[in-house]
Design a protein around this ligand. Structure first.
Ligand code: GDP
Ligand code: MG
Length: 206
């Protein structure tokens, strides 16, 4: 078995047929299939990567059935540390739907008081008949303060880069959370020491 320092769990979401399963297959297996096979249930694939001097097992959760933003549930986000939100640059509608996806994600995450890094992927850039320009997609992402990447699951262009970037964001978010946790632990220890000192003083004076 391969050793790794950390597991990083990512969730991939977006409209049906934008290429979510294809992106995961490209990333974890290096392959691509032209025919459409509907994803059944919730499925994951893994890949080991060295990122920021750490060996990370990246666990990518593929969604199906949850493909309409209205059906996203808090449960889906329970273990997610990062989100890949995908649209198809050859289908305007999948781009327009991003705002509803984001609203739904925020609703699910905010109610759990969590912060989860998210990146937007414009997929199928290998296709000729493009309906969404890079500029429009970048503007939308900037307005919402998300990073935007263009990908092709077919050629592999941009795929590794986008996923590795999200993993880096997750690692720094985790480090921040660890730092906050550590700060809380330290503050508890200080209080405990203070109590012991107070007790010693009491002993000393009586
Ligand atoms: P999902 O429903 O989001 O999981 O989408 P799939 O990964 O199943 O892909 C839907 C269809 O789009 C399939 O026929 C894929 O072969 C095709 N597809 C996915 N990604 C790309 C891409 O980057 N370029 C092209 N040309 N086709 C793609
Ligand atoms: Mg799928």
């Amino acid at each position: 078995s391969i050793n790794y320092d950390k597991i990083c769990q990512l969730l991939i979401i977006g409209d049906t047929s934008v290429g979510k399963t294809s992106l995961i297959t490209r990333y974890t297996n290096g392959t691509f299939k032209e025919e459409y096979l509907a994803t059944v249930g919730l499925d994951y694939h893994t890949k080991i990567e060295d990122i920021n001097n750490q060996t990370i097992q990246i666990k990518l959760w593929d969604t199906a059935g949850q493909e309409r933003f209205k059906s996203l549930t808090q449960n889906l986000f329970r273990n997610a540390e990062g989100v890949l939100l995908v649209f198809d640059v050859s289908k305007n509608e999948t781009f327009y739907n991003l705002k509803d996806w984001i609203a739904s994600i925020k609703k699910n995450i905010e109610s759990q008081n969590m912060f989860i890094p998210l990146v937007i992927l414009g997929n199928k850039i290998d296709l000729g008949g493009r309906e969404v320009s890079t500029e429009d997609a970048e503007n939308f992402a900037n307005e919402n303060k998300y990073k935007y990447f263009e990908t092709s699951a077919k050629t592999g262009e941009g795929v590794d880069n986008a996923i590795r970037e999200l993993v880096s964001m997750v690692i720094s978010q985790n480090n921040q959370n660890d730092y906050q946790k550590q700060a809380r632990i330290n503050s508890v220890q200080i209080k405990k020491d203070d109590i012991e000192k107070t007790n010693e003083k009491k002993k000393g004076c009586c």
